[in-house]
Design a protein around this ligand. Structure first.
Ligand code: C5P
Length: 307
């Protein structure tokens, strides 16, 4: 018998290459059509046996992550325990590199990683479809963090279809903002903006983006990036306009607010161009810090402690 004392899982941040948002539903959520894209900016989560469930967080923005039952990773542990009633306590340690409340689904990623780690630690034996179902109960973006790559999300974002794109690697520059945005507040701002206009009942997948992804041409992908939440995020965080404009002036192929923001992301033509763009942007004084990442990146995966 193998005794596993701790399992560590690495999980990527996500961007939305398209985020089309429908009107609010009766349950308060919005129907979406989105193209998720996982990038090589990773959190690491370790699950170890403990008397009681608990969580500790270190790294980027750790002080903003709740350490109680509101923590998404702990909610994921509870959701999995509902399926494995005999499971013992677990302590989750989160090493954060994905900024908190930044539009990069860091919290959802941590939840996905906790599911994968506890499934291994408890020998839960759940396969990808069952884990995806549990993930969807924890949050809208959790199932995608399990899957990774590039995928189309529908419903709340939890109904996924992998987008089979060629093996192109895209080179991104991420501009982290000096501030945060709450996802529900950004959706609410969008609803207020839209109270004055007609909203299409069914958001649709962008054919130009899908064909750009099939071609693997970064220039076409850059032109087709879109995010319905962007005007709402900009209304709550007007300084992001300058950040987006600066990146485009510096030669990015495309620019957009990531998810509900406030991180801005820029597509570069190559790894070298991304390096130049990152250096210029960090000197331009339009964000707190910058990072480079490439995508698509794999979903949540065990990096040590596997059976
Ligand atoms: O599912 P998750 O907890 O990540 O969603 C956070 C919040 O974002 C929700 O409470 C809701 O206000 C908003 N949301 C939405 N429609 C979605 C996804 C999220 O309105 N499809």
């Amino acid at each position: 018998m193998t005794i596993v004392t701790g399992v560590t899982v690495r999980v990527p941040a996500k961007l939305n290459l398209q985020l089309a948002v429908g009107p609010p539903r009766a349950d308060g959520y919005h129907d979406l059509v989105t193209v998720f894209h996982a990038v090589s900016l990773f959190d690491e989560i370790t699950a170890e046996p403990a008397r009681r469930d608990g969580v500790s967080v270190s790294g980027e923005g750790a002080d903003r992550v709740p350490a109680d039952g509101d923590n998404l990773a702990l909610r994921a542990v509870s959701a999995l325990r509902a399926e494995v009633p005999s499971a013992p306590g677990v302590h989750i340690t989160i090493a954060k590199r994905i900024p908190v409340a930044a539009g990069l689904a860091g919290g959802s990623g941590d939840a996905a990683a906790a599911l994968v780690a506890c499934n291994e630690l408890w020998a839960g034996g759940f396969g990808p479809p069952q884990l995806a179902e549990i993930a969807a109960r924890v949050g809208s973006d959790v199932a995608f963090a399990l899957l990774g790559g590039t995928a189309v999300g529908r419903g709340r974002g939890e109904q996924l279809t992998s987008a089979l794109a060629p093996a192109t690697q895209y080179h991104w520059v991420l501009a982290f903002a000096d501030g945060h945005l709450s996802t529900p507040a950004v959706y609410a701002a969008l609803d207020r903006q839209r109270a004055r206009e007609q909203v299409p009942a069914e958001p649709g997948l962008d054919a130009a983006l899908m064909s750009a992804l099939r071609s693997g041409d970064a220039r076409l992908v850059g032109r087709a990036l879109s995010n319905d939440l962007q005007p709402a995020a900009l209304s709550l965080f007007p300084a992001l306009r300058k950040t987006l404009a600066a990146g485009l002036e510096l030669g990015a192929l495309g620019a957009l607010v990531s998810g509900s923001g406030p991180t801005c992301v820029f597509l570069a033509a190559s790894a070298d161009r991304a390096l130049d763009l990152a250096a210029s942007l960090s000197g331009a004084g339009v964000c707190r810090s910058v990072a480079r990442a490439s995508g698509p990146a794999p979903g949540a995966a065990i990096i040590s402690g596997a059976r």
